[in-house]
Design a protein around this ligand. Structure first.
Ligand SMILES: [Zn+2]
Length: 326
């Protein structure tokens, strides 16, 4: 084994890969945590608890526990509901919370008048038995209602269960994603321009290839099958199947989230989930992650690639039928 220090990646690429281990896109007003590790406490809607109470990896245990969210209507109006919960190992304040998200729930089963306390911790015991995020209504002038996990020190009760990945899975994904960077057609050139030397590029590449071979993360057949690389072994955008250019990983503009990139020659590259993230599945895992164009990603976000392609075909066919030329 070589004792040489493994050279670092260019900073922007390094941080892009690192961030794939974190959750994204939770607003201030929701109960989810934003930009925390994917192995944080997960929030599971009660109806899904039966099917997904086992995590992927770590012997089925969520590394930082879970909180099951209960609809107050169900809790207060369903007969023997507490027993039903108990039979599933669930108890309010221990590993379950009432979650108020509509004004109806708030008015009909008001937790304050029932002398319930908002939760204060993500781990057992939760320090209270409810959490509330009821939006304001402009029509009747009702103010928004927010209780529990709403101060800057303790923002968000946990992450969406489908965003979860164990530490090991997270790391495997990050290594595979770096491996995919190096499979980009011009990755070497881009790394050189970003300040790496040829020697450090070779060292870093063979280091990551070694890890990925050991961890069985370098199966090109599977990567191809999942639209992550093409027949030449180059990384492609999973939707449009165009070969990705390394520069898209390194543009500062592209890194500024929520900004429209004015220079259209720089195509922003984002993390791409091949099978979309949705409740009931753990899809943040190796061979389901690739890199793709920001715009292509936005288009397929919630429906997945194949359904998006079908939708596009319908639109194109319809336009052709109408005689539209483009
Ligand atoms: Zn694309």
């Amino acid at each position: 084994m070589s004792k040489k220090r493994i050279p670092s990646l260019p900073q922007l690429l390094k941080s892009k890969i690192y961030k794939t281990g974190q959750t994204r896109g939770a607003d201030d007003d929701v109960i989810f945590q934003n930009r925390v590790n994917r192995n944080s406490t997960v929030l599971i809607p009660y109806d899904f608890y039966i099917s997904i109470n086992e995590a992927l990896g770590n012997k089925g245990k969520f590394e930082n526990g879970f909180i099951v969210l209960i609809n107050p209507l169900e809790y207060f109006s369903k007969e023997n509901f507490e027993n039903e919960m108990l039979s599933k190992g669930l108890k309010l304040g221990k590993n379950a919370l009432l979650f108020y998200e509509t004004r109806h729930q708030w008015n009909d089963y008001n937790p304050i008048s029932r002398k319930l306390k908002p939760a204060t911790k993500r781990t057992q015991p939760l320090g209270g038995s409810f959490v509330a995020r009821v939006p304001s209504t402009t029509s009747s002038g009702d103010k928004k209602i927010s209780y529990g996990f709403n101060i800057s020190k303790l923002k968000g009760a946990g992450i969406r269960v489908y965003e979860y990945a164990s530490k090991e899975v997270m790391k495997d994904c990050q290594n595979q994603l770096e491996y995919l960077f190096w499979l980009c057609i011009d990755s070497k050139q881009v790394a050189l321009e970003a300040g790496m030397t040829l020697e450090s590029i070779e060292l870093r590449k063979s280091h990551i290839e070694g890890i990925c071979k050991d961890r069985k993360l370098a199966n090109h057949f599977l990567l191809k099958e999942n639209r992550i690389i093409d027949n030449d072994g180059n990384t492609v955008c999973p939707l449009c199947l165009e070969k990705l250019k390394g520069i898209g990983f390194l543009s500062r503009l592209a890194q500024a989230e929520g900004r429209i990139v004015p220079d259209l020659t720089v195509t922003e590259i984002n993390l791409f989930h091949i099978k979309e993230l949705r409740t009931g599945f753990f899809n943040h895992k190796p061979y389901n992650l690739g890199w793709g164009h920001h715009h292509c990603n936005v288009v397929c976000k919630d429906s997945g690639i194949i359904d998006t392609l079908k939708w596009m075909k319908v639109i194109v066919d319809k336009n052709l039928k109408e005689g539209i030329k483009f």
